[in-house]
Ligand binder design. Structure first.
Ligand code: ATP
Ligand code: MG
Length: 256
């Protein structure tokens, strides 16, 4: 890793009430401006890792250090699979919400919301309500809302899973374009090996029961990447590495 870690996950374990260990001895450094993708079998603890990073659930053991000197939870945004927009608020008003909750002035809310809507090409739908938006537009609005407070770290839990392939690819490209302008660290959970390879600098393949880091596949292609890169041998090679690692994890799970 070339840059200083921003986040250090050290020997973390997580056990929910009345359950067995979901994560055990889980360690990973995440660099400033890194884009990591977590992939692994259903129920292996991917969402749990994001929830721990966001402080939405307590650790059972180990530690998460934030080395930027800022309070991690304040500078982290969480994007869920469901866009979770408030149906009674317009797009603009949804995007202003996290700024309102931070106590930002009306002018600041307006400036930030307008800037981020422009970045996500949402200005023309700013007065629409979520019910009046396509699925892709809802996801855009949810991403815009997540970035309204200029987080250092964006946690994305299968944000594109419910979208069709064309919209999904388009939003992946858009996310990389926006990231060039806003410079945040990204942690993505996905079930798509192709999406993981296309977006991430490092794909973290996890084991199940308990969830641990099985293999890390580096994807050195520079950002932002173009859709055409998916047609190259380099992409295919990285994709094969991820798929093979997933197969090994599934095989190991069957034998245990
Ligand atoms: N709040 C909770 N209370 C009890 N058990 C939970 C809770 N949240 C998750 N679990 C359990 O912890 C395990 C890991 O859940 P988690 O949602 O992190 O997995 P995941 O890898 O994100 O799964 P998926 O691929 O289905 O999204 C699962 O067995 C799940 O049932
Ligand atoms: Mg999950």
């Amino acid at each position: 890793m070339t840059t200083k870690p921003q986040l250090r996950i050290i020997n973390v374990s997580k056990r929910y009430a009345n359950g067995s260990a979901v994560l055990d001895d889980f360690s990973l450094d995440i660099a400033n401006d890194d884009f990591v993708a977590f992939i692994g079998p259903r129920g292996c603890g991917k969402s749990t890792i994001l929830r721990l990073l966001a402080g939405l659930t307590p650790l059972s053991g180990g530690n998460i250090e934030h080395l930027g000197g800022e309070e991690i939870h304040r500078r982290t945004s969480f994007i869920f699979q469901e866009p979770t927009l408030l149906p009674w608020r317009t797009v603009e008003s949804n995007i202003r919400l996290p700024l309102e909750l931070r106590g930002a002035s009306k002018d600041e809310q307006e400036d930030q919301a307008h800037e981020i809507m422009k970045l996500w090409e949402l200005s023309h739908v700013s007065e629409r309500y979520p019910l009046q938006l396509s699925a892709g537009m809802k996801t855009r609005a949810s991403l815009a809302r997540g970035l309204a407070t200029a987080p250092r770290c964006l946690l994305l839990d299968e944000p594109f899973a419910a979208l069709d392939a064309i919209t999904r690819n388009k939003l992946c490209v858009e996310l990389m374009r926006v990231r060039e302008k806003r410079h945040f660290t990204a942690c993505l959970v996905t079930h798509s090996a192709a999406e993981a390879v296309f977006l991430a600098n490092r794909v973290i393949v996890l084991t199940a029961n308990p969830g641990r880091v099985a293999e890390i596949i580096e994807v050195p292609e520079t950002h932002p990447r173009k859709l055409a890169w998916r047609e190259t041998n380099a992409f295919q090679e990285a994709l094969n590495q991820v798929r093979n690692a997933l197969n090994r994890v599934q095989e190991a799970a069957k034998q245990s």
